[in-house]
Design a binder for this molecule. Structure first.
Ligand code: SF4
Length: 168
């Protein structure tokens, strides 16, 4: 796994983690926020206006968060669509971000599983699932919901099989 495949790049993202996700006021976040609502501290250029003071102001959760590259991928897919002026398109963008987070998390898990002492069959299945996830995560198709849901379900089942095999 290269760092570039999983690294977040906020310079190529429109602050999606600060808009698309929900938060509850807690030790790691300073106020309640619902899905789709921009954080109070997100500035008009999609940058955090309290970035250097987040920990001091009670936003440690933001510092710890890592989208694994979902942000710039979702932003790229919607770069030619009017998500700023159309709430329905904005909701699609936020949903794509959430889906890409799940794909990137699974991509990381399947990539790390390459180091496990697995049978050839398990490695073949692992690589096939990983290839499908990489195709969806790095592609620019507008609709990937169906194939993404299918491969995530299969990948979760596969990781369950690995866990059961490791116990025997
Ligand atoms: S505090 Fe800053 S990093 Fe955290 S959600 Fe708000 S704008 Fe984003």
């Amino acid at each position: 796994m290269t760092q570039a495949e999983m690294a977040s790049d906020c310079s190529r993202c429109v602050g999606l983690c600060c808009v698309a996700l929900s938060f509850e006021r807690s030790d790691g976040f300073g106020h309640d926020k619902v899905v789709g609502e921009p954080c109070y501290h997100l500035d008009p250029s999609f940058r955090c206006s309290i970035h250097v003071k987040r920990e001091a102001l009670g936003y440690e959760g933001c510092e710890a968060f890592d989208c694994l590259g979902a942000g710039q991928r979702a932003t790229a897919v919607f770069s030619v669509r009017n998500w700023r002026g159309d709430p329905a398109v904005a909701r699609q963008l936020h949903a794509r971000f959430s889906l890409l987070m799940m794909l990137q998390e699974m991509r990381q898990a399947l990539t790390e599983a390459a180091d496990l002492d697995l049978t050839t069959v398990f490695h073949t299945v692992r690589q096939a699932l990983l290839d499908r996830i990489v195709f969806l995560a790095d592609g620019h198709e507008h609709s990937i919901d169906g194939p993404a849901a299918a491969v995530l379900t299969e990948a979760r089942e596969f990781l369950g099989q690995l866990a059961r095999a490791a116990r025997h």
